[in-house]
Design a protein around this ligand. Structure first.
Ligand code: NAP
Length: 340
């Protein structure tokens, strides 16, 4: 069976997902596209040589009889309305993060999905599909290092543009750690504090960079995440889990080890797209396979909601300097299924 997909939003990631569905993955084709800028959608059809119809409205695309599943890759504030429309139409929907730009918006989606009675939503958190994180999780679940006690993590970018603000370190950058560490530990956050070390002179004057985010989880695990988005030297993701009997570390991306000029060296990536390129393929193939199997297993609307609630607490902690509780209602039984 080939799954007919409609894509809303043909910007950077939308086009990349269209390419993926059309040229890389198995079992899907893009039959419909929409963008608020029609020319942009038409250009994507042309450039990627798609046999797809261009829709003037995302809502008409969702309702189209030949569209069996929807990819929402438009800008964040439009996600909620399209995901709700897909649920109303009973169609599976893969929504890029954020699921919605407010926690209440995410909750509206959770409620709509629960009312529908079956999971229809997957959120585009791709790190749980990264080979390295999956290997790390396997070590944790195998019990090889006992229970996790502490995590030391870092999310570093070479530079960011002037439009990047202090809260975006949470909503655009840390949001991936917020999701993947919950998944890795199978745990929820209960509190968060943000502290600001000495500011890097490489950061724009309005931006507090670096930052350290300190989480406590329900099981009592402590996590520190360094966010440093003007680190200059590369795009570097670190995650070290200190367990009762050992330490497990996220593997480095594979790279040639070079002996040259009296130095032993390996390259460090500089672009986030390269770091997780395989994970994007695996995540979307997972969605396509799950739709075919009739049961979604990837990051859920609940995960999107939990991330939004946690991010709100982090931003409040940035502003207050206090330890801020992360208050999440109990996960509905509806979402208690194993995830990918
Ligand atoms: P982008 O290049 O700006 O693309 C967004 C596209 O959506 C633009 O073509 C935009 O048109 C269009 N659009 C805006 N509102 C729309 C609406 N109401 N209906 C239809 N189309 C609309 O942004 P992007 O980098 O692709 O990011 C898109 C989403 O993916 C964001 O939520 C982002 O956070 C997420 N993302 C996730 C990852 C990840 O690692 N998982 C990576 C990158 C992006 P205009 O340009 O004319 O406004």
């Amino acid at each position: 069976m080939t799954l007919n997909i409609g894509v809303i939003g043909t910007g950077a990631i939308g086009r990349d997902h269209i390419r993926r569905c059309s040229q890389v993955l198995q079992g899907a084709r893009v039959v419909a596209v929409n963008d608020i800028n029609r020319d942009n959608a038409a250009k994507a059809v042309n450039d990627l040589q798609l046999d797809a119809r261009v829709y003037d409205s995302g809502h008409d695309l969702i309702k189209a009889a030949d569209v069996q599943a929807v990819l929402v890759t438009s800008w964040g504030p439009s996600h909620e309305e399209f995901v709700l429309a897909a649920i109303a139409a009973g169609k599976p929907v893969f929504c890029e993060k954020p699921l919605a730009v407010t926690a209440q918006g995410c909750k509206n989606i959770v409620d709509a999905e629960a009312k529908y009675g079956k999971r229809l939503v997957q959120v585009g958190f791709m790190r749980p599909y990264d080979q390295g994180y999956r290997a790390l999780k396997q070590v944790l679940t195998s019990g090889q290092i006992g229970e996790p006690l502490m995590l030391h993590c870092a999310h570093r970018n070479p530079t960011v543009g002037e439009a990047y603000t202090t809260d975006m370190a949470i909503t655009d950058t840390l949001i991936h750690e917020i999701d993947v560490l919950r998944w890795l530990l199978d745990d929820d956050y209960v509190s968060v504090q943000v502290v600001f070390p000495r500011k890097s002179p490489k950061a724009f004057p309005h931006l507090k960079d670096p930052q350290i985010v300190l989480f406590e989880t329900a099981k009592g695990t402590r996590i520190d995440v360094e966010i440093f988005v003007n680190c200059q030297y590369g795009y570097d993701i670190q995650c070290e889990v200190v367990g009762e009997t050992g330490i497990a570390k996220l593997p480095e991306p594979s790279s040639v080890q070079l002996r040259s000029g009296a130095r032993l060296s390996t390259e460090i990536l500089t672009d986030w797209k390269d770091r997780f390129i395989d994970a994007y393929d695996v995540e979307l193939q997972g969605f396509i396979n799950d739709v075919a199997a009739g049961q979604l297993t990837g990051p859920s609307a609940w995960d999107g909601y939990a991330a939004a609630v946690t991010a709100d607490a982090c931003v409040a902690a940035q502003l207050s300097g206090e330890i801020v509780p992360v208050t999440l209602p109990a996960r509905p039984a509806f979402y208690n299924k194993p995830s990918a």
